[in-house]
Design a protein around this ligand. Structure first.
Ligand code: AMP
Length: 223
């Protein structure tokens, strides 16, 4: 299964991708997570990307794309993966097509998580992320069992620098200008489904799993 998740920031792509990846035993590849890891390690890529990320702008294509290609070449991607945060514009979508063609694979499923703007802003401004395993929580919708601590790995939770009200507005503008056109692009290619991501996270997850089973009847949940 090669699954591409599309949707605005705050639609729940990261949360859903992590859960679906765990259920299906596939790697969750989030370009945002990989970039944030590079920023926290002050790598060359992290230093180049940081300014764009803090402002909510897209990191230049060539930086993100070569980072993604390196990740897709890892052996854990052989049986499939869940892609979250890439592609972000038409050039990236076309590059991804070429990368898939060169690897002899194709996207099995493209899921668009559609969410309304008031929900997006509420979700993003209350989001907490684990410093270690990147699990997502929310101060009111999905609070951790112990304040400030990750339920899964006990590491500290933090608020992303780009999860502020002002930056969210810019991220939404960038999304509408650069990314939303991909919905039509993938709709026309087929295997494309839209889910209402305003719904409760558990409902969206079970709908996603239904789509996976519809596309690949042999998909099994891992315990
Ligand atoms: P995300 O975690 O997906 O919300 O991404 C956080 C930030 O990382 C974005 O606002 C961009 O600055 C950067 N980023 C993540 N993925 C990409 C991408 N495919 N292309 C360009 N920038 C990206």
């Amino acid at each position: 299964m090669k699954i591409i998740l599309l949707g605005p920031p705050g639609a729940g792509k990261g949360t859903q991708a992590k859960k679906l990846a765990q259920k299906l035993g596939l790697p969750h590849i989030s370009t945002g997570d990989i970039l944030r890891q590079n920023v926290s390690q002050s790598s060359g890529l992290g230093k180049e990307a940081q300014g764009y990320m803090t402002k909510g702008e897209l990191v230049p294509d060539q930086l993100v794309t070569s980072m993604l290609i390196d990740r897709l070449k890892q052996p854990d991607c052989l049986n499939g993966f869940i892609l979250d945060g890439y592609p972000r514009n038409l050039a990236q979508a076309k590059t991804l097509n070429e990368v898939f063609q060169n690897m002899g694979i194709d996207a099995s499923l493209v899921i668009y998580l559609d969410a309304s703007e008031n929900i997006i802003i509420q979700r993003i401004c209350g989001r907490l992320v684990c410093k270690k395993c990147q699990a997502n929580f929310h101060v009111t919708n999905m609070p951790p069992k112990k304040e400030g601590i990750c339920d899964y790995c006990r590491a500290e939770l933090y608020q992303r620098v780009d999860d502020t009200q002002d930056t969210v507005k810019n991220r939404l503008n960038v999304y509408h200008k650069e990314t939303s056109g991909l919905i039509e692009y993938y709709r026309q290619k087929g295997n494309f489904y839209t889910l209402n991501a305003d719904e409760d996270a558990d409902i969206v997850l079970s709908q996603m799993f239904e789509l996976v089973q519809k596309t690949n009847g042999s998909a099994k949940i891992q315990s």
